[in-house]
Design a protein around this ligand. Structure first.
Ligand SMILES: NC(=O)c1ccc[n+]([C@@H]2O[C@H](COP(=O)([O-])OP(=O)(O)OC[C@H]3O[C@@H](n4cnc5c(N)ncnc54)[C@H](O)[C@@H]3O)[C@@H](O)[C@H]2O)c1
Ligand SMILES: [Zn+2]
Length: 356
């Protein structure tokens, strides 16, 4: 088993990555089972796919286990569902010793983590991510939260899990589009932190059917762990994880959520950010080509022509714009991301041409 440590003093925790890990969960957690309640928070379909088996394995090893399901989709990250989860935790007789197991993608992880952060002023939880995006990104680093009408992830907390348990075999049932979107984020890690990894990913993408998920997840989660260990609350280094996200988020918002997956929008955003980095003389032509060649190996959705003017309002409201200054993530070489405050609106608008 590969174990990576998120180093945050007394809030440190392990990330375990291993094919077939799901069946080992009771053994991995047995030391921390003191007779408390264990609540699996998941979605109905995931309960059918993995949850019932996990619950019966836990019960067999004397874990007092129950479960709560959430609806599918971004809409589940709502005040209403949050409040439902809290009520159900109470009805199930949970107390301060209860441990939550968040079994699902980023939606489940975000709301389950937030519920854990607030129920009785905070109870323990573990992440068991089931999408590629959740495995390499949302399950690590303790960002939890829900959406309100005024914006996404507007209510939340930094609240670290006690552990992250990743079983790449779980991805076998994940719809292909979700896998591709997750690969967008995997490419991001190579681009911002590890040029050799980027090259490796590029090679692996030539035969996507035999893509070595376990290897890729291990390296990507290692990079995420390293970054959040150094900057838990996104005051510096962690911002580099937003590579491709300023334009990516704006594309998601402009095209309409549900029209393009987050990871797909990020992949397109990285192409624009690569072009901008070259224009600022930070990145060589060869490096931009290598980045684009890798991204182009993903079967991304065709998008209609985007007029930069329409995108700008979304760029400006993006949270990476602080005190009116846009913190834009550029590359100063492959594997070497940096923040630039010199990226003009005009440059952003011009960069959109690489999408068509
Ligand atoms: N907390 C963070 O740091 C962070 C980082 C990035 C994204 N996010 C959040 O993550 C969310 C997106 O997460 P996501 O992309 O994982 O989407 P998701 O959680 O909505 O999952 C996508 C779909 O796949 C299904 N699914 C999940 N695992 C499956 C499996 N193994 N087999 C079959 N179906 C499966 C789900 O039921 C769902 O319908 C967004 O809300 C975003 O804000 C959070
Ligand atoms: Zn992302």
């Amino acid at each position: 088993m590969n174990t990576i440590q998120v180093q945050l003093g007394e809030r440190s925790y392990p990330i375990h990555v291993k094919s077939g890990l799901l069946k080992d969960v009771p053994d991995l957690l047995t030391e921390t089972n003191h007779g408390q309640k264990w609540i699996i928070i998941t979605q109905h379909g995931l309960m059918e796919l993995f949850g019932f088996e996990l619950m019966s394995n836990l019960k067999e090893k004397n874990f007092n286990t129950d479960y709560i399901t959430l609806p599918v989709g971004e809409a589940a990250k709502s005040m209403k569902e949050f409040s439902n989860v809290i009520s159900q935790l109470t009805e199930l007789g949970c107390d301060r010793s209860t441990t939550v197991l968040a079994l699902g993608g980023g939606v489940v992880g975000d709301i389950a983590g937030f519920a854990a952060s607030t129920f009785m002023r905070g109870i323990g939880y573990l992440q068991i991510p089931t999408t590629l995006l959740a495995m390499v990104d949302s399950s690590i680093g303790g960002k939890t939260g829900i959406n309100i009408a005024e914006g996404k992830n507007m209510v939340g907390a930094f609240y670290q899990p006690k552990g992250v348990l990743i079983d790449p075999d779980i991805l076998k049932s994940l719809p292909k589009g979700e896998v591709i979107a997750g690969l967008g984020e995997v490419i991001k890690y190579g681009a911002i932190r590890d040029a050799d990894f980027l090259k490796e990913i590029s090679g692996w993408l030539d035969d996507i059917v035999s893509f070595p998920f376990e290897k890729a997840i291990k390296r990507a989660s290692e990079i995420k762990a390293e970054i959040v260990s150094k900057d838990e609350r996104e005051s510096g280094l962690r911002r580099l994880l937003n590579f491709g996200h300023t334009i990516g988020h704006a594309l998601e918002a402009h095209l309409g959520y549900g029209r393009i997956r987050h990871g797909e929008a990020v992949a397109l955003g990285m192409k624009c950010a690569g072009w901008i980095s070259e224009r600022l003389d930070l990145l060589s032509k060869e490096d931009v080509n290598q980045l684009n060649t890798t991204i182009n190996k993903l079967p991304l959705p065709e998008i209609e022509h985007v007029d930069g003017v329409h995108l700008m309002p979304f760029i400006k409201t993006d949270k990476k714009s602080e005190k009116g200054i846009l913190n834009f993530v550029v590359l100063e070489g492959l594997g070497k991301a940096a923040i630039s405050t010199n990226v003009s609106e005009k440059l952003i608008q011009q960069s959109l041409k690489v999408l068509n």
